[in-house]
Design a protein around this ligand. Structure first.
Ligand SMILES: C[S@@+](CC[C@H](N)C(=O)[O-])C[C@H]1O[C@@H](n2cnc3c(N)ncnc32)[C@H](O)[C@@H]1O
Length: 312
């Protein structure tokens, strides 16, 4: 695997963050951020092995299945390599034909199926492989137990609209900043989705070079533990260092650096980080389904989420 050439300016030199990269990709409809197998392994190994037993896993944006493992989607590869260990019933992966195929697989949509007895590729007539194609939706509804993928960033809103209400378990990789966006906030507010264990900062481009972008795992699978709770600093307001708390022009409290006031009864605004660290499991709830843009001394600040305390 080639690493970014040294001559290339760093993100810092370009005045960008990894979050900016995914947002730019989303705007540019660049979906060529492929997941590394080590990131799939790191996240998936955190879940109880019994989760997968006798289950059908559906990878519905995982187009490449190739004899050469370097050309196979990391999700597909992970489940093929661990099929017996996880005691899976079936693995179904769809190949999307809509774009020029980056893994030289041809442009025909297909369905790859592995069960305990066989592996096969099916090319149904006129099948595009799109996650919202009627045949893909039928697999989702009729067969899938758990959906796992890194969906295209440019179509993430529609993808989430399809998967979250489907009633199926899912473990997917998306932009780290989704919690701050009106299109997604309601999922988190209504506890239909929560952060998985890890963030993902590195992907592969079609040339297998490492590229930086900020993603996070999201799921509706109950977590057995959340090590990131330890990053939350829930303490009385008075003890929060003054550089990490301020009042905005609308008299709303803004807190940073994962400081959370334990004794504050009014709504207050946080960045995405405490939400991803499990704040909503610690007696706090999202107040509204719209991001909050604070103004401090009439200057617009970055988006936040309004939360409030609901328990002790
Ligand atoms: C961000 S990439 C991730 C690929 C793979 N899941 C991985 O993690 O490496 C998203 C993939 O979704 C495919 N894609 C784009 N539109 C799609 C659609 N409507 N349905 C299914 N897959 C789609 C793209 O071709 C691209 O390969």
């Amino acid at each position: 695997m080639k690493i970014n050439q040294k001559t290339k300016p760093t993100l810092q030199e370009r005045g960008l963050t990894t979050k900016d990269i995914l947002q730019k990709a989303q705007r540019a409809k660049n979906d060529e951020f492929y997941t590394r197998i080590e990131d799939v392994e790191k996240e998936f190994s955190m879940y109880e092995p019994s989760l997968w037993k006798d289950k059908t896993v559906f990878c519905n944006c995982d187009d490449a299945v190739d004899e050469d493992t370097r050309r196979t989607s990391a999700f597909t590869l992970y489940f093929m390599q661990n099929f017996q260990k996880l005691e899976l019933k079936k693995l179904i992966c769809t190949h999307y034909s809509g774009t020029i195929d980056l893994f030289q697989q041809g442009t025909k949509g297909y369905i790859f199926i592995k069960d305990r007895f066989q592996e096969m590729k099916d090319y149904p007539p006129n099948y595009t492989g799109s996650f919202d194609h009627p045949l893909s939706l039928e697999i989702l509804t009729e067969e899938a137990d758990i959906v796992c993928t890194n969906p295209p960033f440019s179509k993430a809103i529609d993808y989430w609209k399809t998967i979250v209400p489907s009633g199926k378990l899912f473990l997917i990789l998306s932009n780290i900043a989704l919690v701050l966006t009106t299109s997604y906030l309601h999922y988190f507010k209504n506890r239909k989705v929560w952060a998985g264990y890890h963030r993902v900062d590195h992907y592969l481009n079609p040339k297998k070079e490492l590229v930086d972008a900020a993603g996070h795992w999201y799921t509706n699978i109950p977590l057995t533990e959340r090590p990131k709770y330890q990053h939350l600093k829930i303490i009385p307001l008075e003890q929060i260092p003054s550089i990490y708390k301020k009042i905005d022009d609308r008299h709303v409290l803004l807190v940073d650096h994962c400081y959370i006031p334990s004794d504050y009864e009014e709504p207050f605004a946080v960045s995405v980080r405490p939400i991803l660290n499990g704040l909503l499991e610690k007696g706090y709830a999202i107040l509204r389904e719209k991001e909050y843009y604070p103004y401090v001394k009439r200057k617009k600040c970055f988006a936040r989420v309004l939360v409030h305390k609901i328990g002790n």
